[in-house]
Design a protein around this ligand. Structure first.
Ligand SMILES: [Zn+2]
Length: 401
């Protein structure tokens, strides 16, 4: 069964993907047709992968390809400490740092690569300098398929090597990095390389599994809010669609409100939302410690605005100080997220102070990637060890007086 795609803006229907994955009439992103008749498969979850357990939500993917690396099924951790401290009924963290390449991207990569193989493409590719590049490289390696990763020319070695280690073809590209997004998809499609960029329809589909898992982990309940760090817009679109499908399939009665959070130093979506605009504008001079969500002109920005309006959620921004504070606070609960990942907690704190979130609310924060992905952020914290002479050990390890 082939996939029907629908324009998120003008509702134009496409029987197949367009070469750019966007609407040829209005240039806005396409989305897979809503699944309205599916249930979650039963069986031993330890023997399943996400595409197996949720296969009925993927009627257009042939999952008979052996490329799973154990993505998904990440923990949903309730923080009693933060529930009390923030004064809210339930504060949960969906720890996406537990994925095979330590970020949520793996969920969208497996659906994207599966699609590429189903369509008979000889290779895959992506444009990224961070989490998505590592993810596509890893799955390219597992699938034994030609993999091209396009990165910015000035990428630091520290970022390049964790991508290169998987053996993909890494290409530093000189010129307008923004233009690469569309050029790569189009050139790739014409030449046998399926580019799985940030918000390509089959990547977005993978992120639905975050919604399905939250639903199962809350014992078939759904939270009041889900807060999602937002850059290109792929992750938040997938999560929202997952909840929309659970509702359309009659498995839930309502969907949670979705909150998009961006870093104040690069907040094209939150700014447009604040100003009541229907379209994003390119954010000038982006600068934030949350590099992983620093996208000045997100390709799904307009769609995130439309989606939030329909869903009833909001878009907010948090500054770097709030991000650093949230990173430390979350680490003190045992979860170490990269700066972009903890914007969700920073937003939670802010929105409770502003009385948007109330005492009775249950809120899930998406922690998008591991803190080990970006250790330079540790310099922002006051982290010191004390030094003692071994003979004085008893001064440190002693009975309470
Ligand atoms: Zn359109």
């Amino acid at each position: 069964m082939d996939a029907k795609l629908i324009c998120t803006n003008c509702d134009e229907v496409y029987e197949q993907e367009t070469k750019t994955f966007r609407c040829t009439k209005c240039d806005e992103p396409l989305e897979l047709e809503l699944v309205t008749n599916a249930k979650i498969n039963e069986g031993n979850v330890l023997e399943q992968n996400i595409l197996g357990r949720y296969s009925e939500f993927y009627p257009y993917l042939d999952n008979n390809v052996d490329i799973s690396l154990g993505e998904g099924f990440t923990s949903l951790i309730k923080s009693n400490f933060l529930t009390n401290k923030i004064g809210i009924k339930g504060v949960y963290f969906k720890n996406e740092g537990e994925n095979p390449t330590w970020s949520f991207k793996d969920r969208g990569t497996i659906t994207g690569v599966t699609r590429a193989i189903n369509l008979g493409f000889k290779g895959i590719g992506t444009v990224s300098t961070g989490n998505m590049a590592a993810s596509v490289s890893a799955y390219g390696a597992k699938a034994k398929i030609d993999t091209i990763i396009l990165v910015k020319e000035e990428i630091a070695d520290e970022k390049l090597k964790p991508i290169a280690v998987y053996g993909s073809k890494l290409v530093k590209v000189r010129g307008d990095y923004g233009k690469l997004y569309l050029e790569s998809i189009k050139l790739g499609y014409e030449n046998g390389f399926y580019f799985i960029n940030s918000d390509s329809p089959f990547r977005v589909e993978g992120y639905k599994t975050i919604a399905f898992e939250i639903f199962e982990q809350l014992n078939h309940n759904i939270p009041d809010y889900v807060i999602v760090p937002t850059s290109a817009g792929g992750d938040i679109r997938g999560i929202e669609k997952g909840f929309r499908e659970l509702k359309a399939c009659g498995l839930t009665e309502k969907a949670p409100k979705i909150i998009a959070v961006q870093a104040a130093g690069c907040a094209p979506i939150a700014t447009a939302f604040k100003n009541g605009r229907e379209k994003i504008e390119r954010f000038s001079n982006p600068h934030t410690i949350a590099h992983a969500i620093e996208n000045p002109y997100p390709p799904s920005g307009n769609q995130v605005l439309r989606m939030i309006k329909k869903n009833g959620g909001i878009a907010v921004d948090v500054d770097d100080d709030e991000i650093i504070n949230a990173q430390k606070l979350l680490a003190e609960e045992g979860i170490f997220g990269q700066p972009a990942s903890v914007t969700s907690l920073a937003a939670l704190i802010k929105l409770k102070e502003e009385k948007y979130l109330l005492e009775d609310d249950i809120v899930v924060n998406i922690v998008t990637a591991s803190g080990l992905k970006f250790t330079s952020a540790l310099d922002k914290h006051d982290l010191n060890a004390i030094t003692i002479d071994i003979d004085n050990l008893k001064d440190i390890i002693k009975k309470e007086e």
